[in-house]
Each structure stands twice: as structure tokens, then as C-alpha cells.
Design a protein around this ligand. Sequence first.
Ligand code: ADP
Ligand code: MG
Length: 267
Amino acid sequence: MEVLELTATQFLKSMSTGRNHPLLLGCENASGNKFEVVVKLRGREMDEKAQMAELLTAQLADDLGLQAPQAALVNVPAGFEAIIPGHELAKLVKGSPGLNFGSVHLGAGFTTWPPGRNPVGAQRDQAADIFAFDTLIQNPDRRAVNPNLWARSDRLGVYDHEQAFSFLSLPIIGGAPKPWVAASHGNGFRFLEQHVFYGNLRGGRLNLGPFKEKLGALTDKRIQGYLETVPAGWLGQSDFGGQVAGYFCEARQQREGLVNLVKHILR
Ligand SMILES: Nc1ncnc2c1ncn2[C@@H]1O[C@H](COP(=O)(O)OP(=O)(O)O)[C@@H](O)[C@H]1O
Ligand SMILES: [Mg+2]
């Protein structure tokens, strides 16, 4: 996935859903091409680590064959808040100048996955891939009540990964849980029981071969390439980005164990 580099030029609307109140902004690249981008500004639950989680997982999702909106780095120019309606939103914009995470709006023809819907036909394999992906990135935020999923015809897609890898920023006794470590079974992965597809996939046939193959095909260079898209200003003092990249490399090596945990949880 090519990560676009854009500058915000227009306020279109505030996305009404979502804890972080993303904004839909009109943006342009260096050649003047226009894009409509859902931008997740810092503030509320978003910080640089959350933005990094979004940026790195969008690229991983794409390489693992999941449908994800194209990622973008959106420069919010100083003073942009002047064109933002409403004091609260203007304050959010003022507090988040420079580069922010954005995803290109999916455009017409997609629907938001409603709570309670079940995947059918070809969607079942995609649902299993999404479950495995959320196990890998340890994303607790695709729950039945708020699926953070979309669909276009029979294709399922993902967004909203700012809560992935939160285990890296918490001091956990015995180290961060890893889905390929046998001791992790049932320990640190209970959040997956709230996953939107947990109930539907349990006890059924799982076809995770293609997912495992794509994970195995990732190279260190490819993963390093994800890291190179992270703006210097997000890196700060911590090595969060480097830790995530190292975790991806380990996940590739340990993919058999990862898939085994998924099968164990969904047995
Ligand atoms: N690229 C996109 N195209 C279309 N709609 C989007 C896109 N990204 C986010 N949205 C919409 O905005 C909502 C909020 O975005 P999300 O990333 O879930 O933010 P939050 O962290 O606030 O929940 C999503 O649930 C979805 O409805
Ligand atoms: Mg959301």
C-alpha cells in the first residue's frame, strides 16, 4: 500500500460516529490531485502511538490480503482551525498541527457493518482472516457492539486500529503477551471473546491457509518499509514503532503458533 502524503485544504464534515471524532477533510497531494480523507487528529484517545498503530496496521492489513482504506499522512497547516466550524472541533484541530493519520474515504457503495449481522458465503473466510489479524495485532476494538467493519458487495473491510498493540505501552508482568506462546492461551487473549465474529466462527471450518501464507511471505525489508513511512515527529522518546516492526517479524516466524491460537480460541 502506498501511503499518500497530503495537505488538508478543506473542511467537509465531522464523522458523526467514533470516539475520536474523525474529520472528513478535503486534501491535496503535491501534484494538486484531490482526495477526501477521514483524519484522526491527536487528542482524546489518539496520540502518536495510536497514529503509528493505525499507519502500520493499514499496511500490514493490505499485505495480508485484507481490505483496508488507503492510508495517508495529512499535514494540517498551522491556522487551519480558522475554517473549522464549532469551538470544540476547532480546538481539536489547533491541538494537532502537522502530520496526522488519515484514511482515504471509501466513497460511494460501501456500507457500515451493522451489529448483529453474520458473514455469509465467501465472507466467512474473510471474517476468519479478520479474526486472525486482530489476534496478531491484539486489537480489542472490533466488538459486536462496535464492529469497525465495512462491506462492499461481498467483500468485508476493516478500519480503526488505534488500540492495537496497547500491550506494548503497558508494563505487564512476565512481558507482553504473544499469541504464539503456548502460555498465552486463555491468558491475555480473552478480549477475543468479545470479537464481532467470535460467536459466528466458533466450531466451524476455518480456512486460514492463505492468511498464513501471506504472513510467511512478508520480508524484513517490507516490514522495515512500513516503519519508514512513520513521520519523525511521531517517534518521540519511545521505540514503539521499532517494537511493532520487531513484533511483526516475530509473528511471521511464529505464524504456525499464531494460527494455532486462533484455532484453539475458535474450536
Ligand atoms: N476511510 C473511511 N471511509 C469511510 N468511512 C470511514 C473511513 N474511516 C472511518 N470511517 C467512518 O468513521 C467512523 C469513525 O472512524 P474510526 O476509525 O472508527 O474512529 P474512532 O477511533 O473514533 O472509532 C467509522 O466507524 C466509519 O463509520
Ligand atoms: Mg471506530
